[in-house]
Each structure stands twice: as structure tokens, then as C-alpha cells.
Design a binder for this molecule. Sequence first.
Ligand code: MG
Length: 256
Amino acid sequence: MVTIKSKSEIEKMREACRIANLAQKAVEQAIRPGISTLELDKIAEKAMRENGAIPAEKGYPSGMRGVPDFPGSICASINDNIIHGIPSKNMILLEGDIISIDLVAYKDGFNGDCARTYTVGNVSQDAKNLIKVTKEAFFEGIKFAKKGFRLGDISHAIGEYVNKNGYSVIKEFEGHGIGREMHEDPGIPNFGKAGRGIRLEPGMTLAIEPMVTAGKPDIVQGEDGWSIWTLDESLSAHYENTILITEKEPEILTLV
Ligand code: MG
């Protein structure tokens, strides 16, 4: 069921999303060669807790037998690790890496979710372009995040833009509704047919998140049961914001 948020619920979404973005900025400032992804995790958690939020990803159930709940406060995914990288003191950033940070702040009953891919020192022009296209794909998608359009219009715009630029979207993971739960209906694929799917209505809050690889779209799961990697070891990037559908333009709640 797709939930329509009330005015007071939207205010709570705004606050959770504001804090999620603050935590991203704290992480961004700390990124440098030599820092571990566990240190970034602690920085994000501190930023959230100082603002009265908790990191919603910590303890998130895997839903798979034998795979523990997610141990981190953030997902920290380096280079060909697309998503769900587990922060570790052994994962040290190196000059030339790119790193995707996906985090969710939970406060007063609501979730705010955003992801960015950052550069570590000097990175290749190819890596920079991948990050740029992934971010642009989000903005292409939300051109259709308006009352009267359908969900498939967003998905189609993202997928077309990525493909046009010679990259691939991964198909096994997708954006989602968000609110009291981190993952609510609807699922929002990064590909699809325009003019299909539910009609967008004011009060919907959605996490739109292109996950893009420079090579083929095939993925492989890491031995930890969480991390998702490109099969061909090509670089990957991720860009996500929580948005609010309104009567006019969408509001990007995690960019405030
Ligand atoms: Mg996320």
C-alpha cells in the first residue's frame, strides 16, 4: 500500500531527511586517503545522534538465513561494490577510489534516506563521469515526479538517460516509498516503460536512487551476504534522495 503523508507526517519526514543530509556532509568532509569506512560510519552515526536521530540501517534484518542483521550505521561501498558495503576498519580508502555512502536517519517515527558517491583524492575522468551521469539520472527521473505522471515515467527517464550515456542500471535493486518504514510501497525500478504504474499523488514520499555501473549490469553477492558487486568488476555509482510529491515541483527533502 502506498501511503500518503499528512502535513504533520511531512514535517517529521523533513526533519529526518535534513539530518540524513547533514550526516552525508559530515562524511564528505572526512573522506581522504587513509581513512577507514568504519571511521566514516562513526562520523555519520555521531552526526545523526547529535541531532536526535538514530541510524536506521544498523540492525536492519537481512531476511536471509545465516546472514546477520546489518552491523553498520551506513552502507559504505568502494569502487566495484555497488551497494550494501559493510563498514570495516580494514577497508581503507585509497587515492583514486570512489565510495558510495548510503544512509538513513530515523527520528520521531520517520525515515530519511540518501546516497552519494564521493571521490577520494584524484580519480580518473571515467570515474568522475560515471558519478556525474548517475546524479544527472536522478534529476532526469524527477522531472516526472509530479502529480499526474506515473511511476514508470520516472523509471523510464532514469534508465534511458543512463543507457544513452553508455552505462548500465542494475535491475535487482530499486528505489522505494519511504516513511514510517525505510522501505514502503511502491518499488521504483531504474528502468521501465513510460506511462505505466501508479499515478503520483501529492503527499507521497519516495526514495529515488539510480545505481549505475560503468560496465555490464550483472551483479554478484559478496560472501558477507550483504555487499553487492559488479560481476565484471567495473566501477559503480549511486545517487539517492528522498523526495516529496506536491501539487507542483517535487521537493527534494534530503538536499535541504
Ligand atoms: Mg538509501
